[in-house]
Write a protein that binds this ligand. Structure first.
Ligand code: 6GU
Length: 242
């Protein structure tokens, strides 16, 4: 997958050299290119922002540097998806991560200040598939950290990224939409806390039932809105059983 990121803070993405991402980049699974928006600002101060028409607080990112930066990236691109991280966008979910992991070329446009001049988004939508994406209901100072979040969630779903693809199946927000069950490793007793005995029983059926009950209980306590009509209720007697 090719990924282009346009930002006024290229150094923010230095961490992409590390860990899973670093390996994916060196073995060719991910081709990530970072672009400094200021390379497309041509005044002496490399200005990328200006005051908002209509008044109000803060600054707005000027359209010209964005237009030029995107012209250069999109010139030789084959059906890219251009993403504008924004708290005003559609909410990014695990299902969105799966959809984006099927793309062959993503372009992330990291806004700062009060946002990017809307005409940049409109102009881009006139020539490429374009979306505004929010990572949740809170406010960040810019799109950089949101881009990192989206990229990490998407990249690990690309075939060949995660060592054992089976490990992707039993996670929160996958499959049945329940939160994941708690996990334990050796020693079986630590600081007076014992691993739940069922996990030491070697009885796969009972382990599976216990894990599912834990998923339901956690979800009911922390994220009840994720439960579906067909999920058993506490009254069904499943929750808390060992
Ligand atoms: Cl994508 N950007 C900013 N600036 N704030 C956010 C966000 C994005 N998602 C949630 N809050």
């Amino acid at each position: 997958m090719r990924v282009d990121i346009v930002t006024i803070f290229p150094a923010f993405f230095d961490v992409l050299d590390l860990s899973l991402m670093g390996r994916a980049r060196s073995n060719g699974v991910l081709d990530v290119r970072i672009h400094d928006l200021r390379d497309h600002a041509h005044d002496r101060h490399r200005t990328v922002d200006d005051t908002p028409y209509g008044g109000g607080a803060g600054m707005v990112m000027k359209p010209e540097p964005w237009g030029e930066a995107l012209d250069a990236i999109l010139a030789d691109a084959d059906d890219p998806l251009v993403v504008f991280p924004s708290p005003a966008g559609q909410v990014f979910r695990q299902s969105t991560a799966h959809e984006l992991s099927e793309e062959q070329h993503l372009v992330f446009c990291c806004g700062r200040y009060e946002g990017i001049d809307q005409r940049v988004i409109d102009d881009t939508a006139g020539r490429s598939r374009t979306m505004m994406l929010s990572i949740g209901d809170y406010v960040l100072n810019g799109g950089e950290s949101a881009t990192m979040v989206v990229l990490e969630a998407v990249a690990r779903l690309i075939p060949g990224m995660v060592g054992n693809p089976e490990s992707l199946l039993h996670e929160s927000h996958e499959q049945d939409g329940l939160l994941e069950y708690p996990v334990y490793t050796k020693p079986s007793s630590w600081r007076g806390h014992d691993v739940p005995p069922v996990l030491l029983s070697g009885h796969h059926g009972r382990v599976g039932e216990w894990r599912h009950a834990q998923q339901l209980e956690r979800t009911r306590l922390v994220r009840p809105e994720l439960l579906r009509a067909e999920d058993p209720r506490p009254a069904d007697g499943e929750i808390g059983r060992e």
